[in-house]
Design a protein. Structure first.
Length: 280
């Protein structure tokens, strides 16, 4: 092969390899639209829910105190004076909230919140927004400029008493596993992290044989009813079966501003058989 032909062949081969590499290596995600305070997202009137991928968000030396890595910004200039609550419940990484008042280039920090919930790294703060004044909200990763970002959830809502309404909707068991699968729903007036504790007992077979087990589930609820499920394994050596079982539900919830206990409630439920049943 002539040298010029060989060079052309190498060039084509190199271009093909680069093309294949480009197909295999995904491009980095772009920075979020509200990465900078100059492009802050408008909060609008509560209640609102914002979701942002902050993994590619950056930080600036001018962000101010209480603003760490992978920060994103929100702004508001309310037309009416009201107290607003902000929380990052539902986020999948350790967050910090900072609130500033004033102009974009001359602002004063009025709130800083971190780890406001009992069992998570979510943050929450309450601010009185005065009509005609400008406010800036920064959500960042705790607690350094190198801390990783993630999936941010920012909730805004008006002050409301913390509450969790939880109920069991159905109970089923696997024909082989003998597990009990308990399904239900929750509803909360504010974005609330909850834990539900469940126990069940069932008389099986003849005599005094009893299947008994405990389990729990946790999640986030709001004004829209959300579904949950929990798996309970028998600890007595007797498998749960179709028929009737007694199920007790209790637990607690927190929205970053209040804590509420879910009083125990016990009911009998028909247990249906579903060999393919699994917790959602």
């Amino acid at each position: 092969m002539k040298r010029s032909s060989r060079r052309r062949a190498y060039t084509v081969l190199a271009a093909a390899l680069l093309f294949l590499v480009a197909l295999e290596v995904p491009a980095l995600a772009a920075s979020p639209a509200n990465d900078s305070i100059a492009s802050a997202t408008a909060l609008g009137a509560p209640p609102k829910r914002f979701e942002v991928d902050t993994r590619q968000a950056t930080a600036s030396a001018n962000d101010g105190s209480c603003v760490h890595g992978h920060s994103v910004w929100f702004r508001t200039r309310p037309g009416v004076t009201r107290t607003v609550r902000l929380s990052t419940a539902g986020s999948d990484y350790d967050t910090v909230l900072a609130v500033f008042s004033g102009s974009r280039t001359n602002r004063t920090r009025i709130a800083c919140a971190d780890d406001s919930f009992d069992d998570s790294a979510a943050s929450a703060t309450q601010v009185r927004f005065v009509a005609g004044h400008t406010y800036w909200v920064a959500a960042s990763a705790c607690c350094s400029r190198t801390s990783p970002g993630g999936h941010l959830v920012l909730n805004t809502f008006l002050p409301t008493a913390t509450a969790v309404t939880a109920s069991v909707t159905s109970v089923e068991t696997g024909a082989i596993s003998g597990r009990l699968l308990v399904h239900g729903t929750t509803r909360c007036p504010t974005p609330t992290e909850f834990e539900l504790d469940l126990s069940a007992s069932q008389r099986v077979g003849a005599g005094a044989n009893v299947a008994r087990g405990d389990g729990f589930t946790y999640g986030l609820c709001d004004q829209q009813a959300s579904s949950w499920s929990a798996t309970l394994d028998s600890t007595t050596g007797w498998a749960f079966q179709t028929g009737t079982a007694s199920v007790t539900l209790s637990g607690f919830g927190s929205d970053g501003f209040g804590f509420v206990e879910i009083e125990p409630q016990t009911d009998n439920f028909a247990v249906t058989g579903n060999p393919n049943a699994r917790a959602r």
